[in-house]
Write a new protein. Structure first.
Length: 254
């Protein structure tokens, strides 16, 4: 495994494990291994990486491990995740796979503390509590290293109030943000979320906002690293990376 960006030491709310090793984006997926699948997670663990995954909420408030709000791109079904109960979702097969759609509880059992985990919470503004409650319930019984993160600052706020022991991150992109509006939004989101770390779009680095926040002691993880140039930028401007590097498309061992 190639060298990774340097890690920070512990801060009161950001443990050293958070930046200790690179994260495989949606697991180590590639030919024969779909993103956010059990096979992709096992491949990431075998290669010695942490795992970044996504969760959406089912109709009955369960955390479902899938990136898209709709099922069509990744499964053999159609429709929105939020319009289906877990009892229906658990029977849906991932596209061209024998695997079915997993929920967070199953994935946590699969990982079993074997690597660090970043859970990106896909929660629309105004609809965070039910999903956050289910995630917190699952993590309360999980002994491994796990953090949550989201573009929605209300997710971080919910955890800061209700489960402050869980490490929380704010996902940031400056893309399509007006110069003044974007700057104000980023500062408000940072304040509102009570975040322990930033997960920053690699396309925006170097960034004055990211640099200033990092200088104040907040670790910076950057996404999504897919080539050598990105990797060099991550090493220069961040503490760790979430990657889809082609040369890491298959397990290589520790």
């Amino acid at each position: 495994m190639r060298s990774s960006p340097s890690s920070r030491s512990d801060t009161p709310s950001s443990p050293a494990w958070l930046t200790a090793s690179p994260y495989a984006h949606r697991g180590l997926h590639g030919p024969g291994r779909l993103e956010n699948s059990r096979a992709a997670f096992e491949a990431a663990i075998a290669a010695g990486f942490g795992i970044e995954l996504d969760v959406q909420m089912s109709r009955d408030g369960r955390a479902i491990v899938i990136h898209d709000a709709s099922l069509g791109r990744l499964t053999e079904a159609e429709g929105r995740v939020v319009d289906k109960d877990w009892s229906d979702l658990r029977r849906i097969r991932l596209e061209n796979s024998e695997e079915t759609v997993p929920d967070l509880e199953e994935v946590l059992t699969l990982i079993g503390g074997r690597c660090a985990l970043l859970i990106e919470v896909k929660a629309p503004r105004g609809k965070t509590s039910a999903l956050c409650r289910d995630i917190e319930d699952r993590l309360r019984r999980y002994s491994g290293q796990a953090a949550i993160m989201s573009f929605n600052p209300e997710v971080g706020r919910w955890f800061a109030i209700n489960a402050p022991h869980i490490v929380r991150g704010l996902v940031v992109t400056e893309k399509d943000k007006g110069r003044i509006r974007g700057r104000i939004e980023r500062h408000l989101s940072l304040w509102r979320s009570g975040t322990d770390f930033l997960a920053y779009d690699i396309r925006d680095l170097p960034s004055p906002f990211a640099a200033a926040t990092r200088a104040r002691g907040l670790p910076l993880v950057t996404w999504t690293i897919s080539n050598r140039r990105d990797e060099e930028a991550a090493s220069a401007y961040a503490d760790q990376m979430i990657h889809e590097l082609p040369q890491k498309a298959a397990p290589t061992g520790r």
